[in-house]
Design a protein around this ligand. Structure first.
Ligand code: SAH
Length: 348
């Protein structure tokens, strides 16, 4: 059964009108779902009984349940959720000085095949629906409610390629952003893509206020294609042209994500080439310490070299941030916990 969280505010109004109801009921419904955060239709006491009946017939509420949780020493928390069809996805809650950020998954598995990433260990089984993404946020928000806290930021950086599931991801963003719902500001929502150029162009045309982050990880096509197969379809000249257009037309600053992999992409030469590629753009580089994945042999760059890489970028006119490690003592890398869980299921 479809979850009611699949419906954007506009969808909700349309659904109500189609059922002979007044459009204003959408506000009431959204408020029950996302502000009061009820767990059943019966709690929606100001709705007509007939409407409640109809909702109960057509829609489910929470489409996922928590099956595992790992809490790191720094309190980074990883949740493993199981969907109604038995497939599983992860979400990670991280605590920063600027607030709590939730990293959500957009697909079950991933087909992008990045060589360093644990998510790609399991091929894509299916896209997540908008409601299955919304439910990840709502589930964690309900837990935070107990401490009077909120999900301040959302990053679509969990398992999956959001621009390979574009419409559902955009509907999800609209739902969590809606003032009638969770009201998470657009500038507090970040979508991370591996660089699917036609979708970046579409995103640019949509004039969205969400933040865009792009996984770069290499300053030239030869190295990038060896790490990220998507580079063969959309090489750097196309990618950068599309991003410059987006950033200029939308007056938005871009984030480039760059994982530092020991002896692979972390030399001074790489840093200089990276600076040449980005200098002049309205962008900065987020240097990410690599979470080691047992399966693929890459090593994380040590802190001294990471700082040096950062310095070379800055000296060459490119702004950068060096992200601190999060959740190192749990399976925090995208897809790690799920990969283990699926393996264990297979062995049972
Ligand atoms: N497909 C999207 C979003 C999911 S990956 C994308 O490629 O951007 C989110 C980010 O986590 C990407 O920058 C990805 O390269 C990075 N990542 C993947 N595996 C990682 C690991 N083991 N350690 C650190 N970052 C990782």
């Amino acid at each position: 059964m479809r979850t009611i969280y699949d419906l954007s505010f506009k969808d909700m109004e349309e659904m109500l009108l189609a059922n002979g109801q007044k459009a204003y009921r959408a506000k009431q419904l959204y408020s029950w779902l996302y502000k009061k955060r009820v767990s059943s239709f019966d709690e929606m006491t100001d709705l007509p009984t007939a409407l409640i009946e109809k909702l109960r017939e057509d829609y489910s509420l929470m489409p996922l349940r928590e099956v595992r949780r790992q809490v790191a020493r720094d309190l980074t928390t990883k949740y493993l959720f199981e969907m109604q069809d038995g497939s599983s996805v992860e979400a990670v809650l991280m605590h920063f000085h600027f607030g709590d950020s939730l990293c959500v998954s957009s697909q079950v598995g991933c087909n992008m095949g990045c060589t360093f990433c644990a998510s790609g260990l399991l091929k894509k089984q299916r896209d997540l629906t908008a409601g299955e993404m919304t439910a990840q946020v709502l589930y964690v928000q309900k837990l935070l409610d107990e401490d009077g806290k909120r999900v301040d930021n959302i990053v679509v950086m969990g398992t999956g390629e959001p621009f390979d599931n574009y419409e559902n991801v955009m509907r999800f963003c609209a739902t969590v952003n809606s003032d009638h719902g969770l009201a998470i500001g657009a500038r507090h929502i970040t979508i991370s893509t591996c660089g699917i150029v036609p979708k970046i162009d579409e995103f640019a045309k949509g004039r969205y206020q969400y933040n865009l982050a792009v996984s770069l990880h290499a300053p030239d096509d030869e190295l990038r294609a060896s790490l990220m197969p998507v580079d063969k379809a959309y090489p750097l000249d196309q990618l950068m042209a599309s991003l410059v257009a987006y950033s200029v037309e939308n007056h938005r600053r871009l984030t480039f994500e760059y994982i530092l992999l020991h002896d692979v992409n972390d030399t001074d030469e790489h840093a200089r080439k990276l600076a040449d590629l980005i200098r002049g753009m309205n962008a900065y580089v987020n240097l990410i310490p690599y979470n080691q994945v047992d399966e693929n042999g890459y090593k994380s760059t040590d802190e001294r070299r990471a700082l040096r890489f950062y310095d070379v970028l800055m000296k060459n006119g490119v702004k950068a941030t060096l992200r601190s490690r999060h959740g190192e003592d749990i399976d925090a890398a995208c897809g790690q916990l799920r990969a283990k869980h699926e393996r264990n299921k297979g062995e049972q």
